[in-house]
Design a protein around this ligand. Structure first.
Ligand SMILES: O=C(O)CCC(=O)C(=O)O
Length: 265
């Protein structure tokens, strides 16, 4: 695993809000990741989450964009091993300059042939904690191109938290109707060879192309939160059973839901 970061990488990430790491996985590691993710997705069947299954059906619009299976670390030992690798936790901690990293959620994002684009959005605005130091790794399990649905980042857009998230429906650019100033930023396409990865800050405004090819585009991603992050009242991917007892301001430190994968102390 290509997990060594230089100061130049960290400076680029902190200035622009993202980083691309080519050859993150070697061929042997890529084969292991593909096998684990394919198995875990098949075993999950139609459930997006390992819990709340009755409440969260696969939404027609969501599945038209990608097949999304969340928190596969919870029900597949192979994925769990990959997600608990503290080398990745350290990369996330170093990029964000924080002392500890917890998994917020992992997800397989499989963009099937002819799938729709992902509208421009900011992830952390939708999550159950608010932090300037949330970070996501996005690992390409297939070559990711302009044709098959690569992501696009708006470099520098991570410096501001959006007040609310405009409902996009299927309008790719709905974000720019509310936040016209973002429309002046030049999008950076995230073209990756299989085994490469990107990191992006939780406030990075991003989107993805449609898949215009007859082949699936597989990605596995994990969103992380800095250790010590607190509940902000948004349910997002938390289980109903947990939401019943959580109060706004409670520290999200349950290792069965948001495990600590890296700590400097
Ligand atoms: O994988 C994609 O196509 C989009 C991913 C994305 O937007 C996200 O992880 O927030």
């Amino acid at each position: 695993m290509n997990h060594q970061l230089s100061n130049t990488h960290i400076e680029f990430y902190q200035k622009n809000g993202y980083l691309i790491v080519d050859n993150f996985l070697d061929d042997r590691e890529l084969a292991i990741w593909r096998e684990a993710v394919d198995e875990a997705v098949a075993a999950r069947k139609n459930n997006r989450l390992p819990y709340n299954t009755a409440k969260i059906p696969a939404k027609a619009q969501g599945e038209a964009v990608f097949q999304q299976r969340i928190n596969l670390w919870m029900d597949h030992p192979g994925v769990r091993r990959l997600m608990f690798d503290d080398r990745i936790g350290k990369m996330a901690a170093d990029l964000e300059g924080v002392d500890g990293i917890r998994i917020w959620h992992d997800q397989a994002l499989i963009k099937h042939p002819w799938a729709n684009p992902t509208t421009w959005h900011q992830d952390n605005t939708k999550w159950s904690f608010s932090s300037e130091h949330a970070i996501t790794i996005w690992v390409a399990l297939d070559n990711v191109t302009l044709q098959n649905g690569c992501m696009f980042f708006l470099p520098g857009s991570h410096k501001a938290r959006l007040k609310d998230h405009p409902a996009a429906g299927n309008r790719v650019g709905a974000m720019f109707e509310t936040y016209s100033e973002l429309g002046g930023l030049e999008p950076a396409p995230v073209v990756l060879r299989a085994g490469g990865c990107s990191f992006h800050n939780g406030l990075m405004v991003h989107a993805a192309h449609a898949n215009m090819t007859p082949y699936p585009r597989r990605a596995f991603t994990c969103a992380y939160m800095p250790n010590g992050s607190t509940f902000n009242g948004t349910s997002n991917v938390l289980p109903d059973s947990m939401l019943e007892s959580l109060q706004i301001g409670d520290v999200l430190d349950d290792d069965d839901q948001t495990p600590l994968i890296y700590s400097r102390r």
